[in-house]
Design a protein around this ligand. Structure first.
Ligand code: HEM
Length: 352
């Protein structure tokens, strides 16, 4: 059995106090009152019934919530997801750049690599929308988008752009340009931010990986212990009280993969990073495992996640990169996206 190495097992992952309290107080419970108007749900059966009861509404969706007050229809969301999907496929077809160096602080290093790999053809005005600093304040994002839409020298139809970039070049007036730039960020952000976070989590949890361990198992096991989408929100809705008497008519529901992914009733050695458990488990049908949401409507970008995360892991493993042995602790802040805030990655020979 390929247990994670002692160096990985002795690392200390410091969850934010709220996340720590959720695990300490509610692990193993199927439903729990978190706030006067919010129920947390982690039991696989109840989770299944809640998520199957109806689709996510536009304000519950993680990616395509209304933009500048304008609803994004499912048709448009699906078309934009296909567009970024085709840019990802193009990028994966082309030869990889020479001298890739993925050492440095993660997830930032992975984020910049993915941004340049997939959106490298786009001008700075578009790529700047992928700045991690914009995460800090929605106001800053709004300013960058507004300036990008207003200033001269904008991308034009006919420029050498990604398919996603071409959507911004087509916009005819200021309002449409602002909307198109917002959409560019919405569609490209999960590719750059979420996948680099997932791989940073994997490195922290298990690096250096045993040569015989497939990337696929590493990814599924990281998604289990540190699921980037650690909660799935459903606003109060008439379907829910009928499913369980503990749910009131005004209760919002927070489905909590963070808890179900570590429930001792569902997992052997739930807190251990054991990628080999995925030799025999089907990630699409394992009860309580829902890093990409519910089977009735799984993440639309999932087909991009696996190849890109595997590409990153391949490069890291081939280059002999590992987590700095001097780093004993990493913090996991309370954010929408669950992940270690910084992991230092370096060449194994520099690590001695
Ligand atoms: C590690 C990476 C990712 C994780 C863990 C993840 C997770 C999820 C989850 C849990 C849902 C279901 C939400 C719900 O039911 O309320 C979802 C939906 C969705 N995801 Fe992902 N996702 C990832 C990457 C991506 C990427 C790369 C894209 C590409 C654009 C994407 C686009 C979407 C879309 C369009 C939806 C459907 C609803 C919406 O947000 O508009 N995701 N994802």
């Amino acid at each position: 059995m390929a247990l994670s190495p002692a160096s990985a097992r002795s690392r200390n992952t410091v969850l934010s106090p709220r996340l720590e309290a959720l695990l300490r107080d509610h692990l193993g419970k199927d439903a729990v009152r978190l706030e006067p108007d919010t129920i947390g749900v982690a039991g696989p059966e109840l989770t299944d019934r809640i998520l199957a009861a109806r689709r996510a509404t536009e304000i519950e969706r993680p990616t395509f919530k209304p933009l500048h007050g304008r609803s994004i229809t499912r048709t448009e969301a699906s078309s934009v997801t296909r567009t970024i999907g085709s840019d990802v496929r193009e990028a994966l077809k082309a030869p990889l750049p020479q001298n890739i160096d993925l050492s440095g602080p993660w997830p930032l290093t992975g984020h910049l690599f993915l941004r340049d790999l997939i959106l490298g053809r786009d001008p700075r005005r578009l790529r700047i929308l992928m700045s991690r600093n914009l995460e800090l304040t929605p106001l800053l994002t709004w300013l960058v988008i507004s300036a990008g839409a207003a200033l001269p020298g904008r991308p034009k139809p006919g420029d050498d752009l990604t398919e996603l970039g071409k959507l911004t070049a087509k916009a005819a007036n200021y309002q449409d340009r602002r909307y198109a730039l917002g959409m560019y960020r919405r569609a490209a952000a999960p590719v750059c931010f979420t996948i680099s976070t997932l791989v940073a989590n994997a490195l922290w949890l298990g690096s250096p990986f045993d040569d015989s361990t497939p990337n696929r198992n590493i990814i599924f096991e990281s998604l289990r212990l540190l699921p980037p989408s650690w909660n799935i929100l459903r606003r109060a809705s008439p379907e829910y009280p009928a499913l369980d008497p503990r749910i009131g008519t005004g209760d919002d529901i927070l489905v909590l993969p963070l808890l179900s992914h570590r429930d001792p009733a569902l997992w052997e050695d739930p807190n251990e990073f054991r990628p080999e458990r995925w030799d025999h488990l089907d990630p699409d049908s394992t009860p309580g495992y829902l890093p990409f949401g519910h089977s009735s409507e799984r993440c639309w970008g999932r087909h991009m996640v696996m190849p890109l995360a595997e590409l990153l892991l391949d490069q890291i493993r081939a280059a002999g990169l590992v987590v700095d042995p001097e780093q004993r602790t990493a913090k996991v802040p309370l954010l929408g996206l669950l992940g270690v805030s910084e992991v230092r990655v370096l060449k194994a020979r520099d690590a001695r």
